[in-house]
Design a protein around this ligand. Structure first.
Ligand code: HAM
Length: 439
């Protein structure tokens, strides 16, 4: 029997797994300087959290959630009984809703103090049609800042993200930062109605899905992939013309901070994003090289109502998430590698079987001294042990032969210079540590 991994998932092996770890390390190191602390929330939550938080008319909730059932719930279903809401679970499609729930449930909300700033990294799950840069299990790194409405939070978070992308090596000229304001509960309803009316007035030219959206979620029509719908929606009223004074002022201050800090951006009045919780600022970072249509490497925005929707408490929020797999594609296109080869420090070779036990002990003491050391475990000839050392990219090869061992010595070969010398076996660990430090 051969079982393959599920559709739309990947195995992260060696370089990929190390790159994922390295990206998290770099991100957390930087975000920490902006006041973020790590959080780990469950990979599954009650489905109602996502339904209410993200919105029923979004693709993520409507079409893409993986449901999870405990054996007890399955038994109940088998008996025809209805499940209680807390028995209906889904794998998390994103990290914001779970983080906001955790803040509320753990009473982390600031009471007059500084905002709560949380960062996370982990797999997310969406049952999308897999393609390049679009997976069913993908990895996000994200931040959520709760408790402050000021536009300076929007700006510092976006600036932090752009600095991060710069630091990991995505070329500035291949990135586009798109920004928009979605308004708030004062100005958005009228705008929503205006878009609904626009869709109804152009219903013949728009696809069925967009027509359906007229009543459920008209702003989503801006996100339609259909070329004709895109052209028609180009002519729709712009949210920038419909913002109330507060939202306009908030958006202006956000952009002014970006200008003052040298962050280039493009205003895109049609950027609506795929999740319903956004208010005011939204943004997305797209790359022009290496990704094709799935070109958003990160996105986020403000969500001042999400906390009250999922917990009944009130706190404004702002955050973003970035996609590991898409960033790796963008870095690949730019020829950037996050991790070098993990080359071996020392290979310990044995001339014949009589030396193997000592070789094992030398290898172990090298490892105890902090070096990356290997020896043969398959009874290979000396020649193939040397080949093995080359394959590992070893810096040093320690060769144990019966004649040298009889004199308490080993041969040490520098595999870069091919220089060879004899070292007392008792000194070999210190010798290798010094040699590696000198490199
Ligand atoms: P999102 O735009 O849905 O936002 O996802 C953020 C990023 O995750 C995307 O820009 C993309 O790089 C990556 N991504 C999303 N779906 C996939 C997929 N199927 N395969 C590969 N990568 C993917 C959110 O998730 C929000 N929670 C962001 C946020 C945080 N807003 C406020 N706070």
């Amino acid at each position: 029997m051969q079982v393959n991994r599920p559709l739309g998932t990947e195995d992260l092996i060696d370089r990929d797994a190390r790159s994922w770890n390295e990206m998290q390390r770099m991100a957390f190191d930087m975000f920490r300087r902006y006041g973020y602390v790590p959080v780990e929330t469950p990979m599954f939550e009650q489905t109602q959290l996502f339904v209410h938080g993200i919105g029923t008319s979004t693709d993520v909730v409507g079409k893409e959630m993986f449901t999870v059932r405990s054996p007890g719930a399955l038994k109940k279903m088998g008996e025809g009984a209805a499940l209680k809401p807390d028995e209906v679970l889904s794998l998390r499609p994103e990290g914001t809703a779970g983080t906001v729930r955790a803040v509320a449930q753990n009473n982390l909300l600031p009471t007059g103090g500084a905002p709560v700033k949380l960062m996370y990294a982990g797999p997310m799950f969406r049952a999308e049609r897999p393609q390049r840069g679009r997976l069913r299990q993908f990895h996000q790194i994200g931040v959520e800042c709760l408790g402050a409405h000021d536009a300076s939070i929007d700006a510092e978070t976006v600036i932090m993200l752009m600095r991060f992308f710069e630091q990991i090596g995505i070329p500035g000229e291949s990135m586009r930062l798109l920004v928009n304001s979605m308004g708030d509960e004062n100005c958005r309803p009228a705008y929503r109605t205006a878009i609904r009316d626009y869709i109804l007035a152009h219903s013949e030219d728009l696809c069925d899905e967009c027509n359906r959206r007229a009543d459920t979620n008209p702003l989503r029509a801006f996100d339609c992939k259909n070329e004709r719908c895109r052209e028609v929606m180009e002519g729709a009223p712009k949210i920038s013309d419909a913002l109330c004074d507060d939202c306009r002022e908030h958006y202006t201050r956000f952009k002014r901070h970006l200008d003052d800090n040298g962050i280039a951006y493009e205003e895109d009045p049609r950027l609506v994003r795929g999740l319903d919780y956004y208010t005011n600022t939204v943004f997305e970072v797209q790359v022009t090289d290496g990704l094709g249509s799935q070109n958003a490497i990160g996105g986020g925005g403000r969500y001042d109502k999400l906390m009250s929707i999922v917990s009944g408490k009130d706190a404004p929020g702002f955050g973003f998430a970035i996609g590991y797999e898409r960033i790796m594609l963008a870095l690949g296109a730019a020829g950037v590698d996050l991790v070098g080869e993990d080359a071996l420090d020392v290979y310990v070779a044995s001339v014949d079987d009589s030396c193997r036990d000592t070789a094992f002990n030398v290898m172990m003491s090298l490892r105890d001294a902090g070096l990356f050391a290997e020896a043969d475990h398959q009874g290979r000839s000396l020649k193939s042990q040397f080949k093995q050392a080359d394959r590992y990219g070893a810096s040093i090869c320690v060769v144990l032969g019966p004649d040298e061992l009889a004199e308490g010595q080993v041969a040490v070969r520098d595999l870069a210079t091919h220089e060879q010398e004899r070292v007392r076996i008792d000194d070999i660990t210190g010798y290798c540590v010094d040699a590696m430090q000198r490199r």
